[in-house]
Write a protein that binds this ligand. Structure first.
Ligand code: NAD
Length: 492
C-alpha cells in the first residue's frame, strides 16, 4: 500500500482527524493506496491558505510573465513525468495505458497555452463620452478558485481549470474524486517542484458530503469549477448561488452519433466504436445513442458488431488491451442495472450484455461492450447517462427525423455525424443542440477549443482563449482630469 498526504499551504499533511480511506485498483479489485480522509476542518485550512496566498506573500507580487513562466515550468515537469503519472492513473482508475500516455503527454499543452496567455490579459482604454475623464478597464483575478473533478480523467479535467485559474492570478483548491485521488496529489509534488509559492495550489482529498460541501459553501471561495454528474452539478449550482459564487459546470451527456447512408462506412464504424467503447464508455462525451439511416441500418450494425467482437478486454497496463475495467464497483452495478432496464424496456441485446465469464476477468470490474438495437428514443436507455460501454441503436429515415431524435434529450454535451454531403454538414451542425459537434470524426479535444454543454450538460465553457474569462472579473476605472467638481446632486 502506498500512503499519501494532502497538500495544504505548501505542507504535506495528514487529515486533521487522522483518518484515511482506500483507493482501489479496478483491474485487481485490491486496495493499493491510503488517502487522507479530509473533512470540513481540512477544507477550511486549505481555503484559508489559498486566501492568504492570494492577498499576501509572493504570489500577488509576481508579474504576469513570472506566472506564465511558472506554468510553463509545471508543463515541462508534467511532460518529464508523463509515463509515471500515466501508470498511476491506470492503476487508480483502470483506463488504458495507451489512452493515459496520450493524455499525459498532451496535458502540458494546457500549461504552455495558458502560461503564454498570462501576460496577454489586457484591459482597454475607453474613449468615454464624459468630458475630462480617463476611463480604462482592468481584468483582475477572482480570488480562491475551487476545482472539483470526476474520476474518469482526473488530471485532464483538473488542467482545464487549474491552468487558466493560475494564469489569471488566482489561487486554487483542488478536490479530486474520492475514487481517484492519487494523480492530483502527485501533481501537487510537481507544483511544489516548479516553485509556486505555498498556498497557491492546495489539494484536499475526501468525500463530496464534507470536503465538497465545505468548499462550495465557504464565503472565501470566489469560484467553483466543477466536472461531474448532473445531480451533483445541480446541488453545487444551488448552494453556490446563495453566496453569488461564479460557477462553471461540466456535466453529463447522452450524445447522439448519427450515420447517414452516404458516409464513408469503415471510417464511421471506427468512429462509432471509439465513441462508445474507448475508455470503457466512461466519458462524458460518449456517443451512446447511435442513429443509423434506415437503408443501411442492418449492414452498418453488423459491421459495428463485427469490430466490437475484436475488442480485446484485459489488463489496462498492457498496450495490447483495448477495453479495460470500469473504475468503481458502484459504476459496475449501475451499468449492469441499465443493461437490465434496457432488456425490460424491450430493447434487443445484440452484443455483450453482462460481465465476461472467463476466469482472467474474475477479479477486475469488467463489463462486456454491449449493443442494444430496436431502441426507441423515449426509453431510459436512450435518455439517461449510463457512463459505460453500452450503445443504444435507433434507426431514422430523414435528416429532419435525425435532428428531432438527436435533440430530444435533456443533455447537449456533444454529437457526431458521418456524411459526405457538404450542405447536410452545414445544416446539421447548425441544427444540433450540443456544445461540440464532430463531423466525420469523434472524440477530438483540444486546449484551444471550447468544451461545454447545452441544456442539462452544464454551464460555461472550458478550454480556448475565452475560458480565461471564467477566472477574471472586470473593473472599470474612471479618473477625472477636471480641476473642479460639478454639481454634487446630479449624476455625471
Ligand atoms: P459525481 O458528481 O458523483 O462526483 C464528482 C465530484 O463531485 C467528486 O469529486 C465528488 O466527490 C464531488 N461531490 C459529490 N457530492 C458533492 C457535493 N455535494 N458538493 C461538492 N462536491 C461533491 O460524478 P462522478 O461519478 O465522479 O463522475 C461522472 C460524471 O461526470 C458523469 O456524469 C460524466 O458525464 C461527468 N463528466 C463530465 C465531463 C464534462 O466535461 N462535461 C467530463 C468528465 C465527466
Amino acid at each position: 500500500m502506498q500512503t499519501y498526504k494532502m497538500f495544504i499551504d505548501g505542507q504535506w499533511q495528514d487529515a486533521a482527524a487522522g483518518e484515511t480511506f482506500a483507493s482501489y485498483n479496478p483491474f485487481t479489485g485490491e486496495a493499493w493506496a491510503a488517502i487522507p480522509k479530509g473533512k470540513k476542518e481540512d477544507a477550511e485550512r486549505a481555503i484559508v491558505a489559498a486566501q492568504k496566498a492570494f492577498t499576501s506573500g509572493p504570489w500577488p507580487k509576481l508579474t504576469a510573465s513570472d506566472r506564465g513562466h511558472l506554468l510553463r515550468r509545471l508543463g515541462d515537469l508534467i511532460a518529464e513525468n508523463a509515463e509515471r503519472l500515466a501508470k498511476i492513473e491506470v492503476v487508480d482508475n483502470g483506463k488504458l495505458i495507451n489512452e493515459m500516455l496520450f493524455q499525459l503527454k498532451y496535458i502540458p499543452q494546457w500549461y504552455y497555452y495558458f502560461g503564454g496567455l498570462a501576460d496577454k490579459i489586457e484591459g482597454a482604454v475607453i474613449p468615454i463620452d464624459k468630458p475630462e475623464t480617463f476611463n480604462y478597464t482592468r481584468h483582475e483575478p477572482l480570488g480562491v478558485c475551487v476545482g472539483i473533478t470526476a474520476w474518469n480523467s482526473p488530471l485532464l479535467l483538473l488542467s482545464y481549470k487549474l491552468a487558466p485559474a493560475l494564469a489569471a492570478g488566482n489561487t486554487f483548491v483542488a478536490k479530486p474524486s474520492e475514487f481517484t485521488s492519487v494523480s492530483t496529489l502527485e501533481l501537487a509534488k510537481l507544483v511544489e517542484q516548479a516553485g509556486f509559492p505555498p498556498g497557491v495550489f492546495n489539494v484536499v482529498t475526501g468525500f463530496g458530503a464534507d470536503v465538497g460541501e465545505t468548499l462550495t459553501t465557504h464565503e472565501h471561495v470566489a469560484k467553483i469549477a466543477f466536472t461531474g454528474s448532473e445531480a451533483t452539478g445541480r446541488k453545487i449550482g444551488e448552494v453556490a448561488a446563495r453566496s453569488f459564487k461564479k460557477v462553471t459546470l461540466e456535466l453529463g451527456g447522452k450524445s447522439p452519433h448519427i450515420v447517414f447512408a452516404d458516409a464513408e462506412i469503415d471510417n464511421a464504424v471506427n468512429g462509432v466504436i471509439s465513441g462508445i467503447f474507448a475508455a470503457t464508455g466512461q466519458t462524458c462525451i460518449a456517443g451512446s445513442r447511435l442513429l443509423i439511416e434506415r437503408k443501411i441500418h442492418d449492414q452498418f450494425l453488423e459491421k459495428v458488431i463485427a469490430l466490437a467482437r475484436t475488442a480485446r478486454m484485459g489488463d489496462p497496463l498492457l498496450t495490447s488491451t483495448q477495453v479495460g475495467p470500469v473504475t468503481t464497483t458502484q459504476q459496475l452495478d449501475k451499468i449492469l442495472g441499465y443493461i437490465d432496464i434496457a432488456k425490460k424496456e424491450g430493447a434487443e441485446c445484440v452484443f455483450g450484455g453482462g460481465r465476461p465469464t472467463e476466469p482472467e476477468f474474475s477479479k477486475g470490474w469488467f463489463v462486456e461492450p454491449t449493443i442494444f438495437s430496436s431502441v426507441r428514443n423515449d426509453m431510459r436507455i436512450a435518455q439517461e447517462e449510463v457512463f459505460g460501454p453500452v450503445l443504444a441503436v435507433i434507426p431514422f429515415e430523414t435528416d429532419e427525423e435525425a435532428i428531432q431524435i438527436a435533440n430530444d434529450s435533456r443533455y447537449g454535451l456533444a454529437a457526431g455525424f458521418w456524411t459526405q454531403d457538404m450542405r447536410r454538414i452545414l445544416r446539421m451542425s447548425a441544427a444540433i443542440q450540443a456544445g461540440t459537434v464532430w463531423v466525420n470524426t469523434y472524440r477530438t479535444i483540444s486546449y484551444m477549443s471550447p468544451l461545454g454543454g447545452y441544456k442539462h450538460s452544464g454551464i460555461g465553457r472550458e478550454n480556448g482563449l475565452a475560458s480565461i474569462q471564467n477566472y477574471l472579473q472586470t473593473k472599470s476605472v474612471m479618473i477625472s482630469t477636471a480641476s473642479s467638481v460639478a454639481n454634487p446632486f446630479i449624476m455625471r
